[in-house]
Ligand binder design. Structure first.
Ligand code: SF4
Length: 364
C-alpha cells in the first residue's frame, strides 16, 4: 500500500505548485514530494488554476457512450481483477455481434451515444477475423459512431497470439473500423508493480510501445492510471513521467484518467484508498502532466460527490455517461448516472456541461 502523506509547509508547497502554473515542469523528485507531503488545499488551488489556464474555464465536457465488454474470458488473470473468468466457468461469456452487441449499440445510439468503448478479456482462441468482423459490422451499421476500443494489453495479446507485429495488428484493426484506443491496462507503468499484480499482462515498455505505434498511425488515445494497490508514491510518479515523456514525443494522448483500485472479489484484496488520496493524486497529475489538456474525473469509482470535487482538483471532463459498466462493478464499486444527472452535477459545481466527441471536439 502506498506511503502515507506527511506535511510540507504551505509556502513550500505553494512554491513547488507555482512552477507548473508559471509554465515550468516538475521533476520526479518534486512530484513525489508533492504527492507525499503537499498541502491538499494548495495542491487543489494550483491544479485548478492550471486547469483554468489549459482548457476552456467555464466548461466541463463529457461524452455519451457505452462500454461493452465483449468477453470476460481471460488468460491473464490479473490479481486485482474481479471480472475475468476461465473458459468453462458457468458465467464465462463471449458476446457475438448478432444479436447482443448490435442491440447494445442500437440502444446506446438511440440515447445519443457518439462513442462505443469495447474492451474484453484476453481470450485464448477467438480468431483475429472475429475482431475484424466485429469492427466491420459496427462500422457498416453505425457509421457515425466512434469506435474507441482495445486497450494496449489486448493489442499485445493479439500480437502474441496471432504472431503479428503490433503495428500490423493496429493497422488491420484500423482498416476494419477502429478509430482510437482507450488507455486501459496501464495500471502502474512499472515492471516491479506489474510483476506483482498482473504478471501475464504486457510490460510497461510494451504498453508505451503500443501507444507510440498507435500515435504513429495517427490514432489518438487516452492514458490511464489505476493506483492505490502495491505501488509506492515514487512508482506513481514514474508512471506519470513515462506518459509525459511519450506525450512530448508524439502529442497523441487526448486525456489522462486516474482511478483507485477496488479490492472487493479480487485475489489481491486489501482496502481501497480514500477520496483524499484520489484528489491529491489527481491534483499532482494535473501539475505534473503539463503537456496534457484534459483530465477526467473518475465518478464511476469515486462516486458523484467526489467526482464533483475532482472538478476543483484539476479535472475538466466527466468522462462517459457509461450506459454499461461491468469491470469496476465486479470489484464491488460502481456508480451509474443518466446524462441528465451528469449535467446537473456539472452545473451545480458551477460549470457549463457540454457534450464532446472522443477527440474532445465540442458538440453543442
Ligand atoms: S484486468 Fe483485463 S487482462 Fe487482467 S484479468 Fe482482468 S480482463 Fe484480463
Amino acid at each position: 500500500m502506498s506511503d502515507k502523506p506527511s506535511s510540507l509547509p504551505i509556502d513550500e508547497t505553494g512554491k513547488l505548485c507555482s512552477k507548473p502554473v508559471a509554465g515550468g515542469r516538475l521533476s520526479c523528485e518534486e512530484g513525489e514530494l508533492l504527492l507525499r507531503a503537499g498541502d491538499i488545499h494548495e495542491l487543489g488551488r494550483a491544479a485548478h488554476k492550471l486547469r483554468l489556464k489549459r482548457v476552456e474555464p467555464r466548461v466541463v465536457t463529457y461524452v455519451v457512450d457505452r462500454n461493452i465488454n465483449y468477453t470476460n474470458v481471460c488468460i491473464s488473470r490479473c490479481r486485482f481483477c474481479a471480472f475475468s473468468r476461465d473458459i468453462g466457468d458457468e458465467d464465462a461469456y463471449v458476446n457475438q455481434y448478432e444479436p447482443v452487441i448490435r442491440a447494445k449499440i442500437t440502444e446506446a445510439v438511440e440515447l445519443g451515444a457518439k462513442q462505443i468503448l469495447m474492451q474484453g478479456g484476453h481470450h485464448p482462441s477467438l480468431p483475429f477475423e472475429w475482431y475484424l468482423d466485429l469492427l466491420r459490422c459496427i462500422k457498416r451499421d453505425f457509421p457515425k459512431t466512434t469506435l474507441h476500443s482495445f486497450s494496449p494489453p489486448e493489442v499485445v495479446h493479439f500480437s502474441r497470439l496471432f504472431g503479428m507485429p503490433v503495428r500490423e495488428v493496429l493497422s488491420r484493426l484500423r482498416e476494419a473500423g477502429l478509430d482510437s484506443l482507450p488507455g486501459g491496462g496501464a495500471e502502474i507503468l512499472s515492471d516491479r508493480v506489474r510483476s506483482e499484480v498482473s504478471p501475464h499482462k504486457c510490460t510497461a515498455d510494451e504498453w508505451i510501445g503500443v501507444m507510440r505505434e498507435a500515435h504513429g498511425l495517427r490514432m489518438r488515445t487516452t492514458a490511464t492510471m489505476m493506483f492505490g494497490h502495491v505501488e509506492t508514491l515514487a512508482e506513481r510518479i514514474e508512471h506519470l513521467e513515462r506518459i509525459r515523456a511519450l506525450q512530448d514525443e508524439t502529442g497523441g494522448f487526448t486525456a489522462f484518467i486516474c482511478w483507485t483500485y477496488q479490492p472487493e472479489n479480487t485475489a489481491l484484496g486489501g482496502t481501497a484508498v480514500g477520496g483524499l488520496d484520489y484528489l491529491r493524486t489527481l491534483a499532482v497529475a494535473r501539475l505534473y502532466l503539463s503537456n496534457f489538456e484534459n483530465l477526467q474525473a473518475s465518478w464511476v469509482t469515486m462516486g458523484p460527490k467526489v467526482g464533483q470535487l475532482a472538478l476543483m482538483f484539476g479535472a475538466n471532463d466527466m468522462g462517459g455517461t457509461m450506459l454499461e459498466e461491468n469491470v469496476v462493478a465486479a470489484a464491488g464499486t460502481s456508480y451509474a448516472m443518466t446524462e441528465a444527472e451528469l449535467r446537473r452535477l456539472i452545473s451545480k459545481a458551477g460549470f457549463t456541461p457540454q457534450r464532446r466527441t472522443t477527440q474532445y471536439e465540442l458538440l453543442e
